[in-house]
Design a binder for this molecule. Structure first.
Ligand SMILES: Nc1c(NC[C@H](O)[C@H](O)[C@H](O)CO)[nH]c(=O)[nH]c1=O
Ligand SMILES: CC(=O)[C@@H](O)COP(=O)(O)O
Length: 161
């Protein structure tokens, strides 16, 4: 199902475990900061809505989506967190760089989920246009940051119920 047929911000709160005991890491790319700040705000608001405590959410910034990989690895190794949300926005330009950054970020974060003991949630928008990115970071299609927050809670409590 394409995003266009699903609002990214919709969740049934009663089906989400309470997050009050959970600690979250959020690694945020500075590239396309209008978009990544929208993703971060949506994600943090959803975590708080589901019971997370502000003092149990730690944020680090990295230059771009490629650096999300090292930033998440460093956070997992140095901070006591139950899940990490990797937030980025890659928007196609004139060259193939888009393809390499998107692929590297996806593969790198996938690899972290194989290597680390904490889940790393892929909250990286990969859009052809700024319009598409705005639509998915709080616009008409909702906010992928919300979707990522719910995924983080579910993965942090996987197997507990
Ligand atoms: N063009 C975008 C980038 N490019 C930068 C890379 O992510 C990386 O920081 C650089 O290659 C140095 O290692 N990053 C994004 O997150 N979004 C883009 O649209
Ligand atoms: C995703 C990118 O790196 C891209 O936005 C950079 O733009 P360009 O391909 O025109 O150099």
């Amino acid at each position: 199902m394409a995003t266009a047929n699903k609002n990214l911000s919709v969740y049934k709160k009663e089906t989400i475990p309470n997050a009050k005991k959970l600690r979250f890491g959020m690694v945020v790319s500075e590239w396309n900061s209008e978009i990544t700040e929208g993703l971060f705000n949506g994600s943090k608001e959803a975590l708080l809505d589901c019971g997370a405590l502000p003092e149990k959410i730690v944020r680090w910034n990295v230059p771009g989506s490629f650096e999300l990989i090292f930033g998440c690895k460093k956070m997992a190794n140095e901070m006591q967190v139950d899940a990490i949300i990797a937030i980025g926005s890659v928007i196609r330009g004139e060259t193939m760089h888009f393809d390499f950054v998107c692929s590297a970020a996806a593969q790198g974060i996938k690899d972290l989920n194989l290597q680390l003991s904490v889940p790393v949630i892929f909250c990286v928008l990969t859009d052809d246009t700024m319009q598409q990115a705005r639509a998915r970071s709080g616009g008409k299609h909702g906010n992928k940051g919300v979707e990522a927050a719910i995924a983080a809670i579910k993965m942090a409590t996987l197997g507990n119920s």
